[in-house]
Design a protein around this ligand. Structure first.
Ligand SMILES: Nc1ncnc2c1ncn2[C@@H]1O[C@H](COP(=O)(O)OP(=O)(O)OP(=O)(O)O)[C@@H](O)[C@H]1O
Ligand SMILES: O=C(O)C1=C[C@@H](O)[C@@H](O)[C@H](O)C1
Ligand SMILES: [Mg+2]
Length: 180
């Protein structure tokens, strides 16, 4: 963690980063930035289309450059993509530029939440459960490595997860003297 007044949300696909970013930003008076959305705005292409045209490696290079740039700012909530922690340079940048929250969800919860979703290219296959489990094996330690706080979203419904997270963050946010 560092004194930059930024909140950074990490966690697996479907953990609720995009869902929880807006209420967090509103509550703490921070500006909301979404890494996937920023890459899409920059390229004029959807993430799925970028994966098709440039492959995962092309997307990851853009994701890395955008993460670096967005964290130049302060007073932001940065919603990252599920795979942003894969690049060690990204993990270092996150650790040194904000308070990192690991939103946790199990593969079973992810599967249920993303049922019917067609926007995640890495899940565009029949064996979603095993893909999510394989991702969790690789990525869970990386989320844990960067996290200042782990928050189990599975204990909440979609409607009250934001309140739960704000309640968990309030005392830490104050104790660490993060706000200006
Ligand atoms: N307890 C919960 N906390 C957060 N979101 C939940 C919860 N229960 C259900 N959801 C739902 O899960 C869905 C997926 O969440 P979201 O799109 O925010 O995931 P994400 O972490 O941004 O994933 P990605 O990394 O793929 O962008 C949303 O429709 C959200 O409403
Ligand atoms: O889990 C992942 O690797 C991804 C999650 C999304 O946020 C997007 O960044 C993209 O679909 C890749
Ligand atoms: Mg998202």
């Amino acid at each position: 963690m560092n004194p930059a007044r930024n909140l950074i949300l990490v966690g697996p696909t479907g953990a609720g980063k995009t869902h929880l970013g807006p209420p967090l930003a509103a509550h703490f008076g921070l500006r909301l930035l979404d890494l996937d959305a920023a890459v899409e705005a920059d390229t004029g292409m959807r993430v799925a289309a970028l994966f098709e045209r440039e492959g995962e490696a092309g997307f990851r290079a853009r994701e890395h450059a955008m993460l670096h740039a967005l964290l130049e700012d302060g007073d932001i909530v940065l919603v990252t993509g599920g795979g942003a922690v894969l690049d060690p340079r990204n993990r270092e940048r996150m650790r040194t530029r904000g308070f990192v929250v690991h939103l946790q969800a199990t593969p079973a919860q992810q599967l249920a939440r993303l049922q019917g979703d067609r926007s995640r290219p890495l899940l565009a296959r029949a064996d979603r459960a095993s893909v999510l489990e394989a991702m969790a094996r690789v990525r869970t330690p990386l989320y844990a490595e960067v996290a200042d706080l782990a928050f189990d979203t599975g204990r909440f419904d979609a409607g009250d997860a934001a309140t739960g997270l704000i309640n968990a963050l309030e005392p830490l946010w104050k104790r660490n003297g993060v706000p200006a």
